[in-house]
Design a protein around this ligand. Sequence first.
Ligand SMILES: Cc1cc2nc3c(=O)[nH]c(=O)nc-3n(C[C@H](O)[C@H](O)[C@H](O)COP(=O)(O)O)c2cc1C
Length: 180
Amino acid sequence: MSPCLRQEVVPAEPELVPVGRQPYRDAMARLGAAVNVVTTDGPGGRHGFTASAVCSVTDDPPTLLVCLNRGSSASAIVHANRVLCVNTLAAGQQELSDRFGGRVPPAERFEAGKWQPGVTGAPVLLGALASFDCRIARFVEVGTHDVLFCEVVGLGDEGAREGLMYFLRGYHALRGASSD
Ligand SMILES: Cc1cc2nc3c(=O)[nH]c(=O)nc-3n(C[C@H](O)[C@H](O)[C@H](O)COP(=O)(O)O)c2cc1C
């Protein structure tokens, strides 16, 4: 057979059905995450919100990311201040999570908990599992959210041993196995 008569079988492209928002949210509920109260202060004023969408990017320079809904009341204030502190909650601090998660108006959120300014001026929560005081290096828009790339300029750790996880839409205490 001459080469020009050979029939090529081209595999059909699989048809990708878009994943809906609710099935995506249901699947993400299975991805357990630490719970953080993210705070800010500066020219835009003081504010705070609960966030589980926080993770490390690199340790050189020490950088983490936070995903922030642009529709939230914190968005414009975080943009104005360009600093934030990620306060990772310890077991037993779920009341603070609900408070900063929208149950209490922004002006009243700091009435619970003990706070002191970090090196950036953002409020650091005393008794948190860990705190990461940051300068925001970059904002990247993705859909409804901004991804905030934050350079860590201060750390806090008072030795708490039990963390707080959000998993399957509920809070769970997580005990550390080792001594450090
Ligand atoms: C457990 C938990 C995790 C959350 N994670 C995020 C998050 O990663 N990013 C975000 O923008 N909002 C997150 N939220 C929602 C915000 O905390 C909430 O929208 C905000 O505090 C509402 O503030 P506002 O009423 O002042 O706009 C989370 C809420 C809870 C309870």
